[in-house]
Design a protein around this ligand. Structure first.
Ligand SMILES: [Zn+2]
Length: 120
């Protein structure tokens, strides 16, 4: 599954939609809408979930929609927005958390408290 996510799946040499490639979706295959398993185009039902498969094209348009929604998410934190403190500690220890959250398009602030040596 991870290999699919990172688009490192099989290389067939066929010319493909670069987005499809990146998402690891082959428009000529079928996919289970529940578990995401990939099937040959002539198979109509997921063996694991026993539900009807969707075409690769359909899965691709769904995935593209999702991706667009994801990247259009704002990374700005407005003054009115509620904030939650999730972790305290040294700035250099917290930086990885901020990066992790940013990967999921979740904005995070690292705020100094007393004893913080950064001075504006
Ligand atoms: Zn399934």
């Amino acid at each position: 599954m991870l290999r699919k996510l990172f688009g490192l799946g099989k290389n067939t040499g066929r010319k493909k939609d670069p987005v499809a490639e990146q998402l690891g979706i082959d428009p000529e295959m079928c996919y289970c809408p529940s578990c995401g398993d990939e099937y040959r185009a002539d198979i109509t039902t997921c063996a694991g979930c026993n539900i009807a498969l969707i075409s690769g094209t359909e899965k691709l348009s769904q995935a593209k929609e999702k991706t667009e929604a994801f990247f259009s998410r704002s990374m700005e934190i407005g003054p009115e927005e509620p904030r939650v403190a999730i972790k305290g500690g040294k700035l250099r220890d917290l930086k990885p958390y901020q990066l992790l959250l940013a990967k999921e398009r979740i904005p995070a602030l690292l705020t100094g408290q007393e004893g913080d040596c950064r001075k504006g």
